[in-house]
Design a protein around this ligand. Structure first.
Ligand SMILES: *Cc1c(COP(=O)(O)O)cnc(C)c1O
Length: 810
């Protein structure tokens, strides 16, 4: 146990207030997640966009009593607190974790590289937790801050730690290495992710290798020449795998199997997947297990049990207007805490329920374990709890009244009254032996094979990237019109609210009303208000865009002197909606005569922000806008927010950011410029192969017999058609989809609900996944194949396609 009184010495800081010597148990850096337990220590970090010090009074009021600060605070405001002042809060966090790490001598496996860190960590955990009590980073907590928080979870009862580390700029790894001090390492393959912070690939590899400065052995793939070269220039002991004879573990691959030779032993491992990335990730794990002395029998059994996909939470639509957080693949305390936080932050529904299985292999005494679970659950404000399994059932007295217990998954499915679930968000989380996927399936609304998968972590990454390009004071309005560009508006809006976007923008009042009904509180601008929609608008605190005298007069007539906030749209060259220069005197006169109307913002839209050819035009639009807007502000006697930039404008015309920007397509990972920016694709549209057929040369395929086999071919019928938004323009070879990582072109005409594709030569099976766009098949390419733009492809995806939101903790 570490006491507050030890922190001065551990961190080199100075106590500016010390009222009682409490233990330090829970570390928190995020004011939204901090909970008021006596052991909570909050680190106030002054970041680029957010300043943790701003939240100290609120946290103190909420009952938090221990703080680390890096800026001046007034101790009088926090009479009962302990406050440590340090030079840097992040450094203090790292020093505290380093001190904690020093108390344990069991092995620590450190994983870095570019690709597969999280999946390798999760797989090693799956393989080894049968044997040992293992601690790992929750989710992908692998940063400057994530690693210290992960290391803080190490405890005397663990027997092995597995941590991943990720960096985005030079100088970071050395600090992470001090905190983690791995005794064994895995260097995964290297790709271009996060290249932006480094001068070149060598620099990036060298920096990453710093993690292993004091490591006994590093496992890596010897076939990666750049990695091999960089490692051989260090004195780090290695253990390699690869195709060549120089590798310690020699691997040759056939379709679904690998022949592995190690020393005098040879064995064939059968893999439950065949894509190159999974095989590579798996072989890293296999090599580490061999190094640790496990035999082929153990390794084969463990490999067979692996799942081919990363274990992430999925948020999807459930029965009776509920939403399901499906986290049915594993269950441990760290993961439970993250999943509960994710649940707590789904504000779309008020009622929160958890269906949880026993946690296995925690290494804790049963009573102590259940007590910890009960504390986490009650802290997270969950309204009902369902426990499944003998251990939870035995200790049910530890839970509050609104709890039900079942001895097994089968019992639960038989006895639970599913009609009781109405408008709730339900976390379903179970250890794998409990087969909770059966519960998730029972709770889900009817599903057909076509799914739009929305990667929430990628969305947050993109949001943060855009923030990083702006001045810290510039506000962000996120455009969530058209079902958030097809991605699903309420879930996205909820996430944006959590990440403190300043405004939301929608096209129609209905869209805004739907957001309000799902508990979104951010200010919302409606771009196309109509007279008929004024009731909805003002009943739901929405703010209309006023762009013409017709709508302005209608509004005045409707308001009859009642106050309202509006957004004034000026047409500086787009020639779509907006007031023109000749209108300004009258606009001003109307505003001055109706002071109950408050102008929240004045804005305009650029016609050619994505192309350098139009930059002069865009700048002229900017200047015109400023002149007109200033005229209005001066007349008003106050200064509304000014904004003109859309996504391409944010990336290319930073000087025009004024007070706010309107972020749209970029958030969804589509780069609207011809340059490249580090954006991650957010939406992946997927379907499945319903049937496979052999077609003889000369036979025709589909309606109108438009597809003709020019040789003997194999076709797959996939479960998507133009009613799902897969345009008929993709017919007859125009479009391609991805099957087993290979492009397969459309053959014949696209039908309403189905499409035929040519899969000759591709090793595919009925039921296989097919990617329409997204991961592995850029939407830009798909759009270009039918001469349209990504905006149209995204927003065309029909609402009948189920949206599934995936996240590994937000
Ligand atoms: C849609 C829209 C945006 C966002 O545009 P993107 O190119 O998607 O970033 C910004 N402003 C207005 C007025 C819009 O209609």
């Amino acid at each position: 146990m570490i006491l507050f009184s030890q922190l001065e010495e551990i961190t080199g800081g100075k106590n500016i207030l010390f009222t009682s010597n409490n233990p330090v148990a829970t570390l928190s850096i995020d004011s939204r997640k901090a909970s008021a337990t006596p052991g909570t220590l909050f680190f106030a970090i002054h970041g680029e966009r957010h300043n943790g010090h701003d939240y100290l009074p609120a946290l103190y009021a909420a009952g938090i009593r221990q703080f680390v600060v890096e800026a001046a605070v007034l101790p009088e405001q926090f009479p009962e607190a302990n406050i440590l002042r340090v030079h840097s809060s992040v450094e203090a966090l790292q020093k505290l974790a380093t001190f904690h790490r020093g108390r344990f001598s069991y092995p620590v496996v450190g994983i870095t590289g570019s690709n597969g860190k999280t999946i390798i960590k999760e797989w090693l955990y799956q393989m080894l937790s049968k044997e040992k009590i293992v601690v790992k980073n929750p989710g992908s907590y692998n940063s400057q801050i994530g690693v210290p928080l992960s290391v803080w979870q190490m405890d005397a009862h663990h027997q092995l730690a597995i941590f991943e580390a990720g960096i985005s700029r030079p100088g970071e790894m050395e600090k992470i290495a001090q905190v983690m001090r791995p005794s064994l390492g895995i260097f995964t393959t290297i790709g271009s992710a996060h290249d932006e912070g480094f001068r070149n690939q060598e620099e990036k590899i060298r920096e990453k290798l710093l993690l292993f400065a004091g490591t006994d052995t590093v496992v890596y793939c010897r076939d990666q020449a750049v990695v091999h070269h960089a490692i051989s220039q260090t004195s780090i002991p290695t253990f390699s795998w690869g195709a060549g004879a120089e590798a310690d573990v020699q691997v040759s691959r056939t379709h679904n199997a690998c022949t592995v030779r190690y020393g005098s032993l040879t064995s064939t491992l059968y893999l439950p997947f065949s894509d190159a990335a999974s095989v590579e990730n798996c072989l890293h794990c296999v090599a580490l297990l061999l190094k640790l002395g496990y035999d082929f029998g153990f390794i084969q059994d463990s490999v067979q049990a692996l799942r081919g996909v990363p274990m992430r939470m999925e948020l999807k639509e459930g029965i009776h207007q509920s939403q399901i957080v499906d986290d049915t693949y594993n269950n441990d305390l760290g993961g439970l805490e993250i999943a509960l936080q994710f649940l707590t932050h789904q504000h779309q529904k008020k009622k929160k329920r958890v269906i949880l299985s026993d946690i296995l292999e925690s290494g804790l005494d049963e009573g102590e374990l259940v007590q910890k679970i009960a504390t986490l659950v009650s802290k997270s404000g969950v309204s009902s709890f369902v426990g499944v399994g003998p251990v939870l059932s035995r200790h049910q007295h530890l839970f509050p009244a609104e709890a039900a217990f079942f001895s097994s998954t089968e019992n639960f499915l038989e006895q639970f009254d599913f009609d009781r679930l109405q408008q709730e968000v339900i976390l379903v989380k179970g250890a794998r032996v409990f087969a909770f996927e059966k519960i998730a399936r029972r709770l889900q609304r009817q599903v057909h094979g076509t799914v739009m998968e929305v990667d929430l972590n990628a969305l947050v990454h993109n949001l943060n990237f855009f923030k990083s390009t702006l001045r810290p004071s510039t506000k962000i309005m996120v455009m969530v019109k058209a079902f958030a560009y097809g991605s699903g508006s309420t879930e996205i809006a909820n996430l944006l609210q959590y990440h403190r976007a300043d405004y939301l923008g929608v096209a129609y009042a209905d869209e805004g009303v739907a957001l309000r009904k799902n508990n979104i509180d951010l200010p919302i601008m409606v771009m196309n208000p109509s007279e008929e929609s004024f009731d909805s608008i003002f009943d739901h605190r929405l703010e209309p865009e006023i762009y013409s005298f017709k709508i302005f007069h209608a509004l005045l007539h409707y308001l009859k002197g009642k106050p309202a906030r509006i957004h004034l749209k000026l047409d500086t060259g787009m020639h779509r909606l907006g007031f023109e220069e000749s209108h300004l005197p009258e606009v001003i006169a109307l505003l001055k005569a109706n002071t109950h109307i408050q102008v929240a913002s004045i804005f305009s839209h650029l016609a050619g922000a994505d192309e350098a050819a139009h930059d002069d035009f865009s700048r002229t639009q900017g200047e015109t806008f400023r002149r007109w807007a200033d005229l209005i502000s001066t007349a008003l006697g106050y200064r509304p927010l000014y904004h003109v930039l859309n996504s391409p404008g944010i990336l290319r015309l930073r000087e025009l950011q004024f007070d706010m920007v309107r972020l749209g397509i970029g958030l969804y990972g589509v780069d609207p410029t011809s340059e490249t920016h580090p954006l991650k694709p957010v939406a992946t549209l997927k379907t499945i192969i319903s049937q496979i057929k052999k077609i003889n040369k000369g036979e025709s395929i589909g309606y109108g017999r438009r597809g003709v086999a020019e040789r003997d071919i194999t076709i797959g019928t996939i479960a998507i058609g133009y009613a799902d938004g897969f345009s008929r323009a993709f017919s007859r070879g125009a479009g391609s989809v991805l099957v087993q990582g290979v492009r397969a072109s459309v053959i014949g005409n696209v039908c309403m609900d189905m499409t035929m594709i040519d899969i000759t030569g591709i090793e595919a099976q009925e039921g296989d996944e097919v990617i329409i766009f997204g991961k592995g098949l850029p939407i830009q390419e798909v759009a270009a194949s039918i001469q349209t733009i990504p905006y149209e492809i995204l927003t065309n995806t029909s609402e009948r396609v189920k949206r599934v939101f995936v996240a590994d903790g937000i």
